[in-house]
Design a protein. Structure first.
Lengths: 314, 326
């Protein structure tokens, strides 16, 4: 059965690592010792779709951040080629006034990924601490913290983000703060649930019996064990944040010109869909590709962290 | 059951007050409704500005403004709009009817498709059709509403060109003038609804079909389904009466939780198809810093969500005898 059971309890050797006599003396049988992180990594690497997605995502990120910097045209450069279809000179074509669409999509990808990662980071940190504290202390602390989280959860996300985003003047990190400010509550719910079940486990009781302080229990026992769920959640959150940010920018309450995001590019080029389709399709495909790969990676991570839920074995 | 629903209804009252208060604060503090008036050049006389300030209750402290707004709601008064000629109550109601048509139909379509896809995927696990539905699910999960909606709009135009007459409409929620009788009106509205409904439905379908598949798989692997088969019940009967019915309970929960995001999705869909619905009403209100219009949208949305949650509660009772007889 799963590898998370202690291997020295199992009656048969799971893996023999050669006929070294020395180890045989110390133990009944030899097993390769693996840390939790190694197990997770091994399981993740077996998830082919997730590994493939990770490679594609890394390539997109490199393309956006390194490629965008190296590419011969900047976002605001007017190239003199108007409404050109894709070519070697302009891989994604040009728009009516001569902007290079490739440069714009790369810049949009930078901004969209930047916002999404920032959202995931903010929401995960705040939400995890919030939920962990609530779950660990229970009682009135839990009640107060979770009622606040519930309140945030009842707010209609897109509407409130639009109200607040309307006055951010398109500053990209402020938009990230607004979206994270509405999303941390989801994370806190998950974190609380995990902590609530963990705190009843025997090893926490043992730590308490040994006289460990609250801080030690939280940071040495609860956080590492809750890390799996938190990481999976943060990954999926990046994909959700990309979709929210692009929707917000599309509606005109997110990133604004002269800066650009993938959602804004789609919005600006929606009338060009039949006449100059390259302007419309490329930014959209980038959104889908980013969100899709992140979802697959999240799936792979979920399987890797929680071997009981899946048939994939390390 | 009734007591449970009533209790939930009562709990939603303080939640409603707290969340409207938060949104009111954010909307009122984040923008100045007088900006447009102040931006006019030559500037209007100070008396005009002062009169507008009083009309929009901007001279009152924020807590008093909220209190007056809240108590006004019970009298059916949604407060003054930046547009002095607009009655917010009438406007938001008529706009919301248009949106509700879209939202409810899209939900229905998404649920039917999700149940079919989820059940087929679960029954034929790891088959070609399962992988196909899984791929479609993941694809739509990653697809932004607006991009897909524009694509559908384009497809609708090509379809019309191929047929040679305007069957599917891509702009507006209905034609301004329709010749003929009531039947032509219905046809016209239906023609306007097809594309937005599909675009809104397919995005919820993605997540829901995944949920339905997982729920169905869990039920199919449970002991009572095996027992039902073992005692000789027909496969179809087991699927319908034993498995599917239980597997619908998680979907009901998810659907109720997703209501907010469907209404958000409708905002985007309406923008793309240029509907005069509640979504575009909200966006106009935000652009004009029209606090009371934003609040009106919020109140109606909250009411819709609360009512649909009650429907979900009743459905639990239908699906789960333990709840019905508790």
């Amino acid at each position: 059965m799963p590898d998370n059971t202690n291997s020295d309890v199992s009656p048969v050797p799971t893996r023999t690592s050669g006929p070294e006599k020395r180890t045989r003396v110390e133990r009944e049988f030899t097993v390769a010792e693996r840390s939790q992180a190694q197990l997770v990594l091994r399981r993740f690497l077996q998830h082919k779709l997730a590994v493939g997605s990770l490679i594609v995502l890394i390539l997109i990120i490199l393309l956006a951040f390194v490629g965008g910097w190296l590419w011969k045209y900047g976002v605001e450069d007017l190239t003199g080629d108007h409404s050109q279809p894709p070519s070697w000179e302009h891989p994604f074509g040009t728009d009516a006034i001569g902007h290079d669409s490739f440069a714009q999509v790369l810049r949009g990808t930078q901004i969209s990924i930047g916002i999404a990662v920032l959202v995931a980071l903010f929401a995960t940190i705040v939400g995890t601490i919030w939920g962990a504290v609530a779950g660990f202390y229970r009682g009135w602390v839990d009640t107060v913290l979770m009622r606040v989280a519930d309140l945030v959860l009842t707010l209609p996300l897109l509407a409130v983000a639009a109200v607040l985003g309307h006055n951010t003047q398109g500053t990209w990190w402020l938009i990230a703060v607004v979206i994270a400010g509405l999303y941390w509550a989801y994370v806190s719910r998950v974190a609380r649930g995990v902590v609530l079940s963990l705190r009843e486990k025997e090893f926490i009781e043992a730590a308490k019996a040994l006289g460990a302080t609250d801080a030690r229990i939280i940071f040495r026992h609860l956080v590492p064990n809750a890390l799996g769920s938190v990481i999976v959640n943060a990954t999926v959150l990046v994909a959700i944040a990309i979709l929210i940010e692009t929707s917000l920018s599309f509606l005109g309450f997110g990133v604004r010109p002269p800066d650009t995001s993938l959602g804004l590019l789609v919005s600006q080029n929606q009338t060009a869909v039949s006449t100059r389709p390259w302007l419309f399709y490329f930014p959209g495909l980038f959104i889908i590709l980013i969100a899709l790969t992140i979802n697959f990676i999240g799936d792979g991570l979920r399987d890797a962290f929680d071997p009981q839920q899946t048939k994939v074995r390390a | 059951m009734l007591a449970y629903s009533l209790r939930r209804l009562l709990i939603s009252v303080p939640i409603f007050i707290a969340s409207t208060f938060v949104v009111f604060l954010m909307a009122a503090l984040s923008g100045n409704p007088l900006n447009r008036l102040l931006a006019i050049s030559p500037p209007p006389p100070p008396q005009t500005i002062e009169a507008e300030r009083v009309r929009l209750h901007l001279d009152q402290p924020i807590f008093e403004r909220y209190w007056n707004w809240l108590t006004g709601l019970f009298r059916g008064d949604f407060g003054p709009s930046v547009e002095s000629t607009m009655d917010i109550g009438n406007e938001v109601m008529s706009r919301y009817l248009v949106t509700l048509r879209l939202v409810l139909l899209a939900m229905l379509l998404a649920l039917i498709l999700a149940i079919i896809a989820g059940v087929v995927s679960a029954v034929k696990q790891y088959s070609g059709i399962d992988y196909t539905f899984t791929f479609i699910g993941f694809l739509f999960l990653a697809m932004p509403t607006f991009w897909f909606a524009i694509l559908l709009k384009e497809a609708g135009i090509s379809f019309n060109n191929a047929v040679g007459e305007q069957v599917l409409f891509t702009i507006g929620d209905s034609s301004v003038y329709v010749a003929g009788g009531a039947w032509d009106k219905v046809l016209d509205t239906a023609g306007h609804m097809v594309l937005p409904t599909i675009s809104l439905a397919l995005l919820s379908f993605a997540a829901w079909s995944r949920f339905q598949r997982a729920a169905m798989l869990e039920v199919l692997n449970s002991d009572y389904v095996r027992l039902a088969r073992a005692k000789g019940l027909r496969r179809g009967q087991v699927m319908r009466k034993h498995a599917l019915r239980t597997a619908l309970i998680p979907l009901t929960t998810v659907t109720a939780l997703d209501l907010g995001s469907i209404i958000s999705g409708a905002v985007v869909t309406e923008t793309v198809f240029q509907w005069q619905g509640a979504g575009t009403f909200l966006l106009e209100a935000i652009r004009k810093d029209d606090v009371y219009s934003i609040m009106a949208w919020l109140v109606i949305s909250a009411t819709v969500i609360i009512v649909l949650n009650l429907v979900a509660d009743l459905l639990y009772g239908v699906l789960d005898p333990r709840i019905r007889y508790a």
